[in-house]
Design a protein around this ligand. Structure first.
Ligand code: FAD
Ligand code: NAP
Length: 540
C-alpha cells in the first residue's frame, strides 16, 4: 500500500502495533500478509508479553496448554509439542519464540522501546507515534496490543525505598530467577500469581509470611504430563477445535456447560456434578449447572461445596477459616487453580496474616509493618496484580480528533464500541480492549477473533479507498450501556475485583469486560462487518 502526497502527509509505516505478546505477534503476521509495512514497538527485549514478564516461580497457564495456543496455522501447531496439561511459563515463552522464528517476526519489532504518545492529525488522517527512544513515526493505523494484564502494580505503601532487603513484583520478575533458600520472605497478595508462587517459595524460604486481604476460591489444577494420545489427537483436530471454541461462551472446549438449572437437579445429582468437575480441575467447575454464574442461591451451593473441599486441605481449623472466601460468589473473581497451595499452611515455617483484620501500615527497613507488628523479611514479593484492562492503554498519552485525550475521555471508566475502538479516535484499534470478552475467555481465542476482524477491516478499507473508520458516539453509548446491563444482571459486580477496577484506589468502578460470551460477541462482530461496519463512520 502506498500513499501519495507531501512528506508531512506521508506515512512511515502502513500500520504501527504497540506490544509483542500473543496479540501483537499475530497482528504483525496478518498485516504483513496483506502486503502492509508494519512496525511493532515492544518495551521488553523479547517477544512474549505476559510470558516474557511473569517469570515468577510456579507461573503457568490456567487454560489447558492444548487450547492455550494459536489456532490459525496447522503448520505451527503441528510443529510444537506441549509437555504438560498446564504449561509452565518457560515452555510458553519458548513456544512464542518458536512462532516468532517460524514467521520471522523479529525483523519488524523494535524491542526495548516504549511507546509514550500517539497523536491523531485529522488533516493528514495519520497518527504520529512517539517512543522513549525518540522515534516519531506516522501511520494511518495504530493498534494497541498492549495487554490487559501488563501494567504491574505495586501498592502505594510508604517506606518501600527504606527496605534493606530485595523486593520483587510477580509481573516483572528478574530473568535470572530468585533463590529464596534460607531467606525470610513476605508475600503480599493471594490472587492467582500469589497462589501459584507461594508453594514454591515456601519450599525454599526459612520462614514465609503471607499477607492475605481477600481469601480466594482455589481448586487443585490437576496438572500432569500430557499423554501421547492427547497430543496426537489435538494435532489432528486443533483447527476444527478452534472453530468450535469460537462457538462457546468462554472460548474453551475442554468442558461443556451443564444447561440444567440448580433447582432442576436433586441435591445428590448436584453434588455429583460438582465433585466430578472439581476433580477434573480447571474452570469446568463453574459450568456444573446453568445458573451457577447467574443466580446467587445457585452460586451459594457451589461456593459451600468449594469451601468444604478447601477446608479439608488445611489441618488447623482456625487457619482454614481464615482462608475461606465468604465475601464474594465463586467465579466472580478469577477462579484460582493451584498446585499444593492450601497444604502449605500446614507447614511450620508458614504464617498467614489477615490484612483485613490488621491492615499493612507500611514497609520498614526490616520488613512489613502490619497491625502494629513488624514482620521481618530478607525479601518481599508483591503478588499485588495489575492496573488491568486500561492501565497499559492509558500508559500511552493518546490524543485523538480535536485534541481529545483518551485519558480524559475514559476518566469515569473506559468507553468503547465492541472493545475495538473509541469515538473520536479514528483508526485506533484495541486488541481485547475493555468492552470485549477478553479476560473472561481463553484469551488466545479472543485475540485471534480481534486480529482477524481488524485485518479484514483494514483490508476492506484500503482496497475500497476508505481512509478512516471511527466508532460513532451513539453506537459506543449503546454498547457501553449494553455491557453494563449484562454485568448488572450477573453476579460479577458482587466482588471487589480487578474486572471492576476495584483493586486500584481511585480507579472508576465499572465492569470492564463483555460478559455475554465469545460466541454471542463473535456473532455481533460478524454482523457489524457484514452491514458495512454498522456503528462505525467510514471516511473517504
Ligand atoms: P501481553 O501478553 O500482556 O503483551 C502486551 C505487551 O505490550 C507487553 O509485552 C508489554 O511490554 C507491551 N507494551 C505495553 N505497553 C507498551 C508500550 N507503551 N510500549 C511498548 N510496549 C508496550 N489468559 C488465558 O487465557 N489463559 C491463561 O492461562 C492465562 N494465564 C495468565 C497468567 C498470568 C501470570 C497473567 C499475568 C495473565 C494470564 N492470562 C491468561 C492473560 C494473558 O495476559 C493473555 O492470555 C495473553 O498472554 C495476553 O496477550 P497480549 O499480547 O494481549 O498481551
Ligand atoms: P490479583 O488477582 O489482582 O491479586 C492481587 C492480590 O494482591 C489480591 O489478593 C489483592 O487483594 C492483593 N492486594 C493488592 N493490593 C493490596 C494491598 N494494598 N494490600 C494487601 N493486599 C493487596 O493479581 P494476580 O494474582 O497477579 O492475577 C491477576 C490476573 O492475572 C488473574 O486474575 C488471572 O486472570 C491472571 N493470572 C493467571 C494465572 C494463571 O493461573 N494462569 C496466574 C497469574 C495471573 P484483593 O483481592 O483484596 O484486592
Amino acid at each position: 500500500m502506498t500513499q501519495e502526497g507531501s512528506a508531512a502527509s506521508r506515512p512511515d509505516f502502513d500500520a504501527i502495533i504497540v506490544g509483542a505478546g500473543f496479540a501483537g505477534m499475530y497482528m504483525l503476521h496478518r498485516l504483513r500478509k496483506l502486503g502492509l509495512s508494519v512496525r511493532v514497538f515492544e518495551t521488553g527485549d523479547g517477544v512474549g508479553g505476559t510470558w516474557y514478564w511473569n517469570r515468577y516461580p510456579g507461573a503457568r497457564c490456567d487454560v489447558e496448554s492444548l487450547e492455550y495456543q494459536y489456532g490459525f496455522s496447522d503448520e505451527i501447531q503441528k510443529g510444537w509439542t506441549w509437555t504438560e496439561r498446564y504449561a509452565a511459563q518457560p515452555e510458553i515463552l519458548r513456544y512464542q519464540n518458536y512462532v516468532a522464528d517460524k514467521l520471522d517476526l523479529r525483523k519488524d519489532i523494535q524491542f526495548l522501546t516504549k511507546v509514550t504518545a500517539a497523536n491523531y492529525d485529522a488533516q493528514s488522517g495519520l497518527w504520529t507515534v512517539e517512543t522513549d527512544k525518540g522515534d516519531r513515526l506516522r501511520t494511518p493505523f495504530c493498534i494497541m496490543a498492549t495487554g490487559c494484564l501488563s501494567a504491574a502494580r505495586v501498592p502505594d505503601f510508604k517506606g518501600i525505598d527504606e527496605f534493606s532487603g530485595k523486593w520483587y513484583h510477580t509481573g516483572n520478575w528478574p530473568h535470572e530467577g530468585v533463590d529464596f533458600t534460607g531467606k525470610r520472605v513476605c508475600v503480599i497478595g493471594t490472587g492467582s500469581s500469589g497462589i501459584q508462587s507461594i508453594p514454591i517459595i515456601a519450599e525454599q524460604a526459612s520462614h514465609l509470611t503471607i499477607f492475605q486481604r481477600t481469601a480466594n476460591f482455589t481448586l487443585p489444577a490437576g496438572n500432569r504430563p500430557l499423554a501421547q494420545e492427547e497430543i496426537t489427537r489435538t494435532k489432528e483436530t486443533l483447527l476444527a477445535d478452534r472453530e468450535r471454541a469460537r462457538q462457546t461462551r468462554g472460548g474453551l472446549i475442554c468442558f461443556e456447560y451443564n444447561e440444567a438449572l440448580a433447582e432442576e437437579m436433586t441435591p445428590e445429582a448436584r453434588e455429583k456434578e460438582l465433585m466430578t468437575r472439581w476433580t477434573q480441575g480447571g474452570f469446568a467447575f463453574l459450568g456444573a449447572y446453568g445458573d451457577l454464574m447467574a443466580k446467587k442461591e445457585a452460586n451459594d451451593i457451589a461456593a459451600d461445596f468449594a469451601r468444604a473441599q478447601m477446608r479439608a486441605r488445611v489441618a488447623k481449623p482456625e487457619i482454614a477459616e481464615k482462608l475461606m472466601p465468604y465475601d464474594h460468589p465463586v467465579g466472580v473473581k478469577r477462579l484460582c487453580l493451584d498446585t499444593g497451595y492450601l497444604e502449605i499452611f500446614n507447614k511450620p515455617n508458614v504464617e498467614l496474616v489477615d490484612v483485613r483484620e490488621a491492615p499493612i501500615e507500611r514497609i520498614t527497613k526490616a520488613g512489613v509493618m502490619c497491625g502494629g507488628k513488624e514482620y521481618e523479611a530478607d525479601a518481599i514479593v508483591f503478588a499485588t496484580g495489575f492496573d488491568a484492562m486500561t492501565g497499559a492503554i492509558l500508559g500511552v498519552d493518546i490524543t485523538g480528533r480535536d485534541g481529545q485525550k483518551l485519558r480524559e475521555k475514559w476518566a469515569a471508566g473506559p468507553r468503547t464500541y465492541l472493545g475495538l475502538g473509541s469515538a473520536g479516535f479514528p483508526n485506533l484499534f484495541f486488541i481485547t480492549g475493555p468492552g470485549s470478552p477478553s479476560v473472561l475467555s481463553n484469551m488466545i481465542v479472543s485475540i485471534e477473533q480481534h486480529v482477524d476482524w481488524i485485518t479484514d477491516c483494514i483490508s476492506k478499507l484500503t482496497s475500497g479507498n476508505i481512509r478512516s473508520i471511527e466508532a460513532t458516539k451513539e453506537a459506543e453509548d449503546q454498547w457501553v450501556a449494553h455491557v453494563n446491563e449484562l454485568a448488572a444482571e450477573s453476579l460479577y459486580p458482587q466482588a471487589n475485583s480487578w474486572y471492576m477496577g476495584a483493586n486500584i484506589p481511585g480507579k472508576p468502578q465499572v465492569f470492564m469486560p463483555y460478559p455475554g460470551g465469545v460466541d454471542v460477541y463473535g456473532q455481533k462482530l460478524a454482523e457489524v462487518a457484514a452491514a458495512d461496519y454498522e456503528g462505525f463512520l467510514l471516511g473517504a
